[in-house]
Ligand binder design. Sequence first.
Ligand code: PMP
Length: 405
Amino acid sequence: MSKDWQAIRNEFPLLSRSVHGKPLIYLDSANTAQKPAAVIEAVDEFYRLHNANVSRAVHALGTEATEAYEGARGKLARFLGVQSDDLVLCSGTTMAINLVAYSFALPRLQPGDQILISRMEHHANIVPWQLVAERSGASVVPVEIFESGELDLDDLQRKLQGPAKILALTHVSNVLGTVNPIREVCRLARKHGVVTVIDGSQAAPHRPVDIASLGCDFYAITGHKMCGPTGTGALWARQEHWQAMPPFIGGGEMIKEVRFERTVFNDPPHKFEAGTPNIAGFIGLGAAVDWLSAIGMSEIEQRERELLEYATARFDAISGLRVYGRAAEKAAILSFLIEGAHAHDLATLLDLEGVALRSGHHCAHPLMHYFGVPATCRASLAFWNTEDEIDRAVAAIDKVRTMLA
Ligand code: PMP
């Protein structure tokens, strides 16, 4: 039976508002997702009824808070097809990748080693690697892409045969929508003993992700793109990696015993979670994954595929508009430019029409350089968008195009 997508959309309070006197058309979910009432209510209920710190107090509220926080870890683990103890909670993908870079990679990297990074990475999967490369004497080596936005697997295979130690790759590009063949890439990397770090920021919100079946070493997600609160995310790794890694950040919660002579660290995942976490945020994220699971990630993937097909045909019909990223396997992201118009001017005028989309480099400077442009506009769709919104956005783009021509 097909889903009632309109009823699902109605669960997002914010989507019924207007901006500049026009109904809002939110096409910026790759930047951050809107939140359904179930998530907002879970956060509200925590602060109204259960607020306490986790893992410290024996009083009833402390126990409730700890159970709810650990319960959220369990929900997220089930959602991603992994064990809860292998999931370290942190503030988002940025923190997750820094954790792997500093705690796992830095102690292992030697001068002359290479860290492979695809040309389509977000800065969060580039800059941490440059920082540890600088400290270790390793170097960062880009893996090329094609004009279509697809990864050049031959180039990857060649580079895997060199002194590569780490391969950092996004599952789905936040600019081009390219879905990378992660299983195949991880298989190739394993053959050469190269450790894989996968950035799942744009994958987990839009398709079923079963991390255990991907064959990667590390997988990072960020909660705010999955209809959860900001400041939530996670890094998955196998226990053997966690056991072998030193803590990244020290403080309370991550220890068993502290003496001035020596500190005994807590077991993973807690060993990597120093300080008071974003408790309410993770409870909200737990509610988000429950809510997404009730809709079904396969249904969400299918619905977004329909919306992408519809939008691509409509965008392609706009005179002078070029879409960047034509991968055969693609998520619902349309980066585009219109001949003669600057991306920021387009986005600013579209905002006045009620259309919220992002313009800029999308935290992917090397990708912008590859295409020889300083910026693009990016319409990122989600299951809550409608064909009618796409029609209205296309009409607005066409109107703005003639104003800027
Ligand atoms: N990687 C990708 C592909 C992203 O799209 C983003 C968010 N724009 C990030 C990493 C960083 O996520 P966060 O800022 O939530 O840590």
